[in-house]
Design a protein around this ligand. Structure first.
Ligand code: SF4
Ligand code: FES
Length: 249
């Protein structure tokens, strides 16, 4: 395939940034999107040009690092996958493809397509954990019966990989889907009940501090989420927040 790539180039966080055009030839339909970017970078390096900075790690949809906005969609045109799982067969010969970083106040651009998503780490640190006794008296997990439905919902919420596509897709740059997944995975389980009130209050407070916007129920986050995290989690987090706010007054 022959392609025209229009890629966001930005030297650093204070650079204004611009779109650069890169024609590509002989792109195999079997390449992943990141492999195609690797080939482009090899070409740039051989021409003595600075390669395009982009994040990646596992390249199998697990780590949540590959944050690219492709043709106006987080993780590109396919559904239920990350950028590293996107293949060039999703595009046609002669296509022009726009590649930009995830854009949100809470995700400042570091360089080119790389953004700083440490805001998600700080939200996690504010409450995305449970405290358990690991002194040798740890209770066998099977000794705590959990209804199958709750276990399944907690597991579904726990599949969030923290990629940030929900934020990038939202017109308000809201992080509610991410935070609600992290709250829900614990609130549905007995192990999460101990710190439940503190968790939801602290995580929402940190989310607001980081500059993410409010949820207005447009649902773009759920559509673009590679792990299919449901909006149901936002409703659950709102209920948890209300309960915790009333209890702390
Ligand atoms: S909720 Fe979905 S889109 Fe948002 S961070 Fe988690 S996996 Fe990514
Ligand atoms: S590189 Fe890990 S999810 Fe894409």
């Amino acid at each position: 395939m022959k392609l025209i790539l229009k890629v966001w180039r930005q030297k650093n966080s204070s650079d204004k940034g611009r779109i650069e055009t890169y024609p590509m030839e002989n792109v195999s339909e079997h390449m992943s999107f990141l492999e195609m970017m690797d080939v482009l970078n090899e070409q740039l390096i051989s021409q003595g040009t600075d390669p395009i900075a982009f994040d990646h790690d596992c390249r199998e949809g697990i780590c949540g690092m590959c944050s690219m906005y492709i043709n106006g969609e987080a993780h590109g045109p396919d559904r239920g996958i990350t950028t590293c799982q996107l293949h060039m067969r999703k595009f046609n010969d002669g296509d022009t493809i726009y590649v930009e970083p995830f854009r949100a106040k809470g995700f400042p651009v570091i360089k080119d397509l790389t953004v700083d998503r440490s805001a998600f780490d700080r939200i996690q640190h504010a409450g995305g954990f449970i405290s358990v006794n690991t002194s040798g008296n740890t209770q066998d997990a099977n000794a705590i019966p959990i209804p199958k439905d709750d276990a399944d919902k907690a597991f579904d919420a726990a599949t969030c990989i923290g990629c940030g596509a929900c934020v990038a897709s939202c017109k308000n740059a809201s992080a509610m889907l991410f935070v609600s997944a992290k709250v829900s995975q614990f609130s549905l389980l007995p192990q999460g009940k101990v710190e439940a009130k503190r968790r939801v209050l602290n995580m929402v407070e940190q989310m607001d501090k980081e500059g993410f916007g409010n949820c207005t129920n447009t649902g773009a986050c759920e559509v673009e989420c590679p792990k299919g995290i449901s909006l149901e989690n936002i409703a659950r987090m709102n209920r948890e927040y209300l309960k915790a706010s009333v209890a702390s007054e």
